[in-house]
Design a protein around this ligand. Sequence first.
Ligand code: EPU
Length: 434
Amino acid sequence: MREIFRIKGSGGKKSLSGVIEVNGAKNAVLQAFASTILFKDKVVIKNVPEIEDVKRMVDLLRTMGGEVEKVGNRTYSVCFKKKPGSEISEDISKKLRASIVLTGPLLARNGEVFFPHPGGCVIGARPIDLFVDGFSKLGAKVNFNKGKYEIFADNGKLRGSEIFMKNQSVTGTQTLMMAGVLAKGKTVIKNVALEPETKHLADFLNSCGAKIKGAGTSTIEVVGTGLLSANGKFYNTPPDRIEAGSFLILGALCAKNLLIKNCDPTWIESLINELSASGLKMKIGKSSIKIIDNDRIPNKIFKSANIKTHEYPGFPTDLQAPMVVFLTQVSGESFIFETIFEGRLNYAEELKRMGADIRVWDPHRATVKGPTCFRGREMESPDIRAGLAFLLAAIIAEGESIIHNVYYIDRGYEKIEERLRDIGVDIKRDNLKD
Ligand code: EPU
């Protein structure tokens, strides 16, 4: 049986309304699960989204000897009573790029780690040279043998050192920061990623005994402390800014009034800024965004935009595909410059088949002319974010669309069809017999 989404499009009408709540962030909670390896006691993680990537991470921790339990609604506990295994399962890691963040805490705790090149969404080359270079700077020896990395800390213990990251890698920053917690002496990491989930993680680790300074700025300093103790403290997963941003784009496209609750608008300022410049009326609260009287403004009145994806606080690459769907509906020509991943415009062909006027100039650049009408189609979700973009496109299209490969959407968005139905989307999950 294969699961699909069937969506009856609104044909461009702005018919959605109501309240939609944002869940905990995928790209925060996965790292929080990985950080449990740095602890000598049980860590409780709250506001966990029930998504496929979390299930994979839980499976992975269990293969390494972690005791992972669901202890309440959206609440998990993780405990490594004994030293974790040093091997990251090939089967799971091939499906989950985020498995790479386990390498830092494991190498730092065990003095060794073995793992394959991680898999995940096909959105570009996704090298891991920054991780490997960072580990070498911390005194580790790296071998690549029969498709597997085998990394050993010198004398079983990482040594604090200075690392300059040539690219601002999000998971690279988090991995090396966590490695620094159990390294000997001081680790200084320069040109790090500024994503707010990193500071959120650092704040939690500090509350449990770590000594991390500068998270959220371009240089992070970590003084090694030894195993941390949660001692009853819990990690509260922050709201998913990419989910919040996706709902905001959905609202801009086809809601009359929409209240997006449980989000941190300061974490998606770049998107709010673009949509506001385009003409969308929003009321920004402390933890909510309200779209007001949007049905009074036809989409063709919204202005086009030039979008350049950038590390935080710039425009997130994870919102680029949903934003392009918005730009197909507004007046004029927009320009997209995807600077982070070279495979993240591949979805454009499918949108063109639905009626979009998109020209992809090279793997990083495209122009979009709007407004265009979309026709419903049958399509395959290629990755989490493009899958969500196809959902948005199907919602505004004329007629029915079928989306295959919904696993990719489930990897990042919990029960998306139920939440969309609550605000008026005509969507159902169906099974196809093989
Ligand atoms: N890069 C290198 N060498 C490395 C690592 C990265 O050159 O060793 C390059 C990449 O090729 C890319 C750039 O650095 O050009 C940035 O990649 P980054 O390492 O920041 O990406 P990531 O950490 O693998 C995280 C998110 C992604 C999100 C990116 C960018 C997690 C688990 N994943 O990936 O999320 O797109 O940051 O913001 O946090 C998604 O959720 O759909 C997703 C792909």
